[in-house]
Design a protein around this ligand. Structure first.
Ligand SMILES: [Zn+2]
Length: 292
């Protein structure tokens, strides 16, 4: 992706009020037209102009200083809140993962007939994108994560599993592996004194073996942190192995951005390797940035 495709979104919330007419005339003065200048095609508008006003309160520009000027201008004209965000603007191509997700959803929709009650009930859904498990009461079989809407989910009927807390003899890894694979599929259980007892892990799948290797590389003080944090770290390491390369890079950049912003000066590769490392995990759980 080249930096030419960087977009900066300026989001202005006028809190129900109409922005002053000077707002629009200033925008026009800077070459920003509501929905772009109609004399050019949408592609040209996005490619050639300094930016484009997509909707009343959302302006996408390329220049950081222009974004800041617009934000300050909006505040001075009475906007309630102004937010800035930057992102990569890229033509969308369907990846094999996207294709599979689309097929899954198309098949599910084509099967939908008159509402039956047989699918109503409690489901336990594990979202591989967020490395999180949810228990939800649904009218029909789940298709997406109830929290983030991702299609990368596994589900089963029934309530979320409850397991006993870690025992004094158990390593954090053994607790993690011993509690995530009790059923057929990977699932993150609740931890409860009334929960089921768990056994030492056996026959770990390939992804879990990779997590074991990753665990061995963790600094001792991270391994000794509270078990919730360590288990979360291992859950993230597990889930990231099925992430796309684009997502891996984005996650690593998020971690490094925070690391350097907080004064860190070590060097890390942005390029993800097959093995998961702390940079990957820190990009999802910011608490790990301090461990880099
Ligand atoms: Zn999710």
């Amino acid at each position: 992706m080249d930096t030419q495709n960087k977009g900066i979104l300026v989001m202005v919330e006028w809190d129900g009020k109409t922005p002053p007419t000077t707002w629009y005339s200033r925008l026009h003065g800077m070459g920003l037209w509501v929905r772009g200048n109609k004399d050019t095609s949408p592609i040209e508008r996005r490619a050639c102009n300094a930016g484009v006003v997509y909707q009343e309160g959302s302006i996408i520009v390329k220049s950081e200083s222009l974004a800041h000027t617009l934000a300050s201008m909006a505040y001075s004209m009475g906007a309630k809140t102004v937010s800035l965000g930057s992102f990569a603007v890229d033509t969308f191509y369907m990846s094999p993962t996207d294709q599979a997700a689309l097929e899954k959803i198309s098949t599910a929709w084509s099967r939908r007939g008159p509402k039956s009650h047989e699918d109503e009930g409690i489901y336990t859904i594990t979202c591989t994108e967020q490395a999180a498990t949810f228990e939800v009461d649904l009218r029909e079989k789940p298709m997406t994560c109830p929290d983030c809407g991702s299609l990368a989910i596994q589900w089963r009927r029934g309530i979320r599993r409850n397991v006993q807390p870690r025992t004094a003899k158990e390593s954090a890894f053994d607790f993690w592996a011993g509690t995530r694979f009790i059923g057929i599929a990977y699932e993150i259980p609740n931890v409860d004194l009334d929960g089921e007892t768990h056994l030492p892990p056996t026959g770990l799948n390939e992804q879990a073996q990779a997590v074991e290797k990753f665990y061995a590389t963790l600094p001792q003080y991270v391994k000794d942190s509270n078990i919730e944090l360590v288990a979360r770290v291992l859950d993230i390491a597990y889930s990231l192995q099925s992430a796309s390369r684009e997502r891996r890079i984005a996650v690593r950049l998020a971690a490094l951005n925070e690391y350097y912003a907080s004064g860190g000066d070590k060097t890390f590769a942005v390029n993800p390797s097959t093995a998961i490392d702390l940079v990957d995990v820190a990009g999802i759980d910011g608490r790990l940035v301090a461990a880099l």
